[in-house]
Design a protein around this ligand. Sequence first.
Ligand code: MSP
Length: 582
Amino acid sequence: MLIRRIKCLKYLGTRYNSSHYVTTPIFYVNAAPHIGHLYSAVIADAHCRYQRLRYPELDVRLCTGTDEHGTKIQQAASLHGVPVAKYCDDISQRYREVFRSASIQQDDFIRTTEDRHKRAVANFWRTLYTRGHIYSAAYSGWYCVSDETFLTDSQLRLDEATGTRYSLESGHPVEWTEETNYMFRLSQFQDDVRHWVKTEARIRPAKFEKILLDTLSEPLPDVSVSRPSNRVHWAIPVPDDDSQTVYVWLDALVNYLSSVGYPDEKFSVHWPPAQQVIGKDILKFHGIYWPAFLLAAGLEPPGQLYVHSHWTVDGQKMSKSKHNVVDPLQAAQQYTMEGLRYFLLREGVAHSDGNYSHVKAQRILNSELADTLGNLLSRASAKSLNPGQIYPSTSAEHLADLLRSLDAAKRLQDSLLQLSERCASHYECNHFHLVADTTMAALHAANNFFESSKPWTLKAGAPDGNQARLETIIAMTMDALRLSGIVLQPIIPQLANRLLDKLSVPTAQRGWNYLAESFATSPNSSNSHPGFGESRQLDGQTSALLFQRILEETAAKEVNQQQPQPAKRSKSKKKERRETIS
Ligand code: MSP
């Protein structure tokens, strides 16, 4: 019956719902934000920015926030000798600052210590309870505080020397716990959850769908959904039973509902989320517990879980003890936040771990943002070649001649003609690295064209001086820059804006549909840029220096200077990594 209900709701959802609700995980406030956390947020942000750009009629909503309850937070606050509420305020604020500085365009930042959330959790609990999905039982098992989860024997490793057991997956220690808890009848939802997971493109990349289905091939045990208040006091009390507090994962998952106004009816405007971005370590909670809780409460589970892998630093897991945790604000001092965003989305692929290294970041940013993109803008707007500081219009005659006589012009045209469709299909799958690849290929073609057409031989006073031809070359180059700027807005919003500002592209002409208007699509027209008609003045207020090259010494210095220099990844390995995406 439940299965039929999911199908039916799904149908209604696609047909009538113009909401596109996207979430990031909410971040634990036991430690400061690092680039791994920022990565979850940047993926969700780029996804939403693309949706807004491509489908202006869609009501896109992005929610992020902080996860503030539980033993782990209790312990972190007491370790720092700070009252737990203040500790949460401080770290939550740091997340806000990082996200603001990284241009994360969130519609809501939710904290699980807020009243609106506590009310939602209490309501959700009562719904599960009244529907008979929660019962009280004596429970014993191994609890992992770091992961805030009970683990079975098969999920543990015993260190014979010390007698300590550790989680096989996360490596964190566990402790034996015997207590009376409320249990959720997870076992009864096995088939429904499996059916939900198997629905086309529910879990992406596909490798994570397989992992979930493997877990679901074994019987699911019921799960504890409360802890005694005397053990975990920094948590939401179980309604009508003060001796227990709500299990932190149930509490945390409900944030996705609280943010859209649950339990008030208005929440259904946005429900269910179209896409929930999560890291691979929290797949079980989002891919099994979450749909089961929702189905038990009579609510529709999310449309898609987009699961990303992790960042290592020079091949090692980030951890405080290894002193290799990369602080986004510190990294941004070197690369700028736009540079950091570009690096994370350009180098990260969801299906396998990415390696963060300064050498690699420096190489990519210098070659792509400084040289391929920035340098082309500087050249096309250099006073020596472009003394009037204009975005010229093309001459139909010279355009036709260039396209006929110069291979590089034809190649640029071909590449711009494919840009919109190719990048759209990559964006639809969150394959941001392929959007960057495709755009850089177009910009390489533009650089090539600029070089081969030798505009410096055409400027006034040069032997072959021909202003109309020179302006056509500059216009074609600026068209390539303009289209690249439009495409890159979701990945590097500020940098793309500056590029489009410099080119005097009106805000209303930065939408995805404007990719269809350039010399490439209208080779017979003299108005290459849409709505301009005639040549435009470049914006004198905006610098033509888009991205400052990162110097060798700087890159090797500041952030995490104790890290050894990594070996370069071979090209074939990189290729292999990219080709296995599903
Ligand atoms: N609070 C839970 C999530 C609750 S959602 C209802 C949590 N928080 S977390 O702060 O530990 O992690 C938040 C996100 O950061 C997760 O998606 C996690 O995968 C991601 N990352 C944490 N370390 C990471 C890397 N080293 N690399 C990439 N992402 C990483 O889990």
